[in-house]
Design a protein around this ligand. Structure first.
Ligand SMILES: [Mg+2]
Length: 273
């Protein structure tokens, strides 16, 4: 595999794929543990890895260990977890940003457990270095929950920051974002020199969309009905699978690549987090 990766770096128009997971490769479930990875998706990812000589990376808010368990036995994928806080390269080396102080995480955990106690249906997902509060099953209390999360943010800033998503508010390390992870991958084989494609669905993907746009890549938003920096869109997870399966990876031709994705009807706007 490694030999072919070095050869691939001499084909600068070959694509590299950066793929968000929840809401992009996987349907969002009622709770984070309830998602399903179908064998067909594993086969698709394996095929994409082979066809790109390993230039496929998962870019997720989940921890790498959780993603490994979900996608097993696909253990060797290049992966960024916790929104870019941790990263495993295509050759398997592991990088992590300096973690937030344990005292800060404990404070956030205690405050968020208080929210869970106050609002039935909410769920706290403890990712060790990040804490996600899911309120998909308590949507009627969304405004109050978001207000309470904002109050916690004031206590844990600047070590943790609030990352909003689809029915989730997460206290994540402020040290890294998804675009940091994408930039780091693009400096290394087998991604360096490639033409990057990023597919994502949520607010945390916006910095990566901007990064991809800045280097002339293809940014694709999935099922997004808000302003986004993504230049293209696909309607749902099924369409992502179908588009990836039909991607003419052997053809270094931008027009062929973007056939099948829709031009975004939203004006790209710069977003700040
Ligand atoms: Mg997502």
């Amino acid at each position: 595999m490694r030999e072919s990766l070095e050869i691939e770096t001499f084909r600068p128009r070959s694509p590299a794929l950066f793929l968000d997971v929840d809401g992009t490769l996987l349907e969002i479930a009622a709770t984070p543990d309830a998602v399903q990875v179908e064998p067909r998706l594993r086969r698709l990812l394996r095929a994409l890895c082979l066809r790109t000589s390993g230039a496929v990376a998962l870019i997720s808010g989940r921890a790498i260990a959780t993603l490994d368990a979900l996608f097993a036995p696909l253990f060797s994928l290049a992966t960024a977890g916790l929104h870019g806080f941790e990263r495993r390269t295509a050759t398997g080396s592991y990088h992590r940003c300096p973690p937030p102080a344990e005292s800060v995480l404990q404070l956030a955990r205690a405050r968020m457990e208080g929210i869970v106690a106050r609002y039935p249906g909410t769920l706290l997902e403890d990712k060790q270095f990040a804490l996600a509060l899911h309120y998909r099953l308590a949507q009627e209390s969304a405004a109050d929950i978001l207000r309470d999360l904002q109050l916690i943010t004031a206590e844990v800033r600047p070590h943790l920051q609030l990352q909003l998503g689809k029915m989730v508010g997460e206290m994540r390390p402020a040290a890294a974002t998804k675009d940091d992870a994408v930039r780091a991958f693009l400096r290394e084989p087998p991604f360096c020199g490639r033409w990057p494609i990023y597919i994502g669905d949520d607010l945390t993907d916006e910095t990566a969309f901007e990064c991809i746009n800045s280097v002339g890549g293809v940014s694709i938003a999935v099922n997004v009905r808000r302003p986004t920096a993504a230049r293209f869109s696909l309607p749902d997870v099924g369409a992502v699978h179908a588009w990836l399966a039909s991607l003419p990876l052997g053809l270094p031709d931008r027009a062929a690549m973007i056939a099948g994705v829709n031009q975004q009807r939203f004006q790209p706007i710069p977003l700040r987090f």
